[in-house]
Ligand binder design. Sequence first.
Ligand code: KG4
Ligand code: ZN
Length: 357
Amino acid sequence: MSKKPLILGIETSCDETAASLITENEQGIPIILSNIVSSQTDVHKKFGGVVPELAARSHLEKIDWIVQKAINDSGKKIDEIDAVASTAGPGLIVCLSIGLSFGKALAASLNKPFIAVNHLEGHALSPKLGLVLNYPYLLLLISGGHSQFLNVQDLGKYKRLGTTIDDALGEAFDKTAKLLGIEFPGGPKIEVLAKKGNPNKYDLPKPIFNKGGCNLSFAGLKTAILKITKNIKTEQEKFDLAASFQKTVEEILHKKTKIAFKEFEKQNNLKEKIFVVAGGVAANKNIRSMLINLCKEQNYKSVFPPIELCGDNAAMIATVGLEKFKQKQFNNLDHPAKPRWPLDENAAFLKGAGVQL
Ligand code: KG4
Ligand code: ZN
């Protein structure tokens, strides 16, 4: 039995300081040995959103012991690590720089390869933790900063089929929560409030529902909700608005996913049709069950990461590190932090007023 690679992953792109050690089993499936995530919710709560300078300071304070704890909890020794993989982008540059510099320094001191990881690729590969997932697959990436349909053809080979032209879906959840007076980070709480409300009470807009292929738009929803919240008086009306928002989002994703299925099928000669949903919003149970049902109807195999791996973590960064390590795709120690780093570098920039769909 040959020695299996031991990869340390480090993630500091936004407001989670995270480190993880992973290896793989005999079938080549990535296995988590330790996965430490320290969230900064308390630091940012009173500001109603992430404050970059404070986030960076918190990463700096915690990075040493988080990495140390990940090593201790894995039962391995530091000199058994075969490569260090750090998130290099996209994200807040002051935050990225911390995990990136730490990872480079550790790799250099251990005399082991360094691997710069795209955070979005981490989300894209996160379902590989614990199961065999073959390329190609269709990915719906729904997080706080991104909402995209991607044709994942191979490691590092992505073709974007659709993207949001304004807000990301997680951002829409967070903004709606804020308008409803829910404390930051409110996105996950919408789902809870929605259970108590009437989803048909408010008729919310579905921007670009009937045009723009599988591109998405959520900014109009926020504006409509702002208007409604001005007249909301009771708790029940809040629940009804949360439920109406949740329902509208599900209807948008249902329609756009069906369009994405068709485009994905046109681009690939498929033996098996696989649909992966990843990113923080993939933790939303109603969105999950709606998409699982759609997959059954359309003959797709649906794959979601476990709920605890939907949000930001370092195990997903180490997973990309493991795949790249096996292909000897290493990076130099002068690799820059990349605040903007699309998975499909050839896709057109589709944000802002005047976008042609
Ligand atoms: O992937 P992630 O942890 O960070 C980014 O890379 O952005 O995603 C965070 C986003 C936040 O906007 C959060 O509100 C949203 O995911 N989120 C949810 C749920 N859990 C997290 N949105 C809706 N329902 C949830 N259960
Ligand atoms: Zn993320």
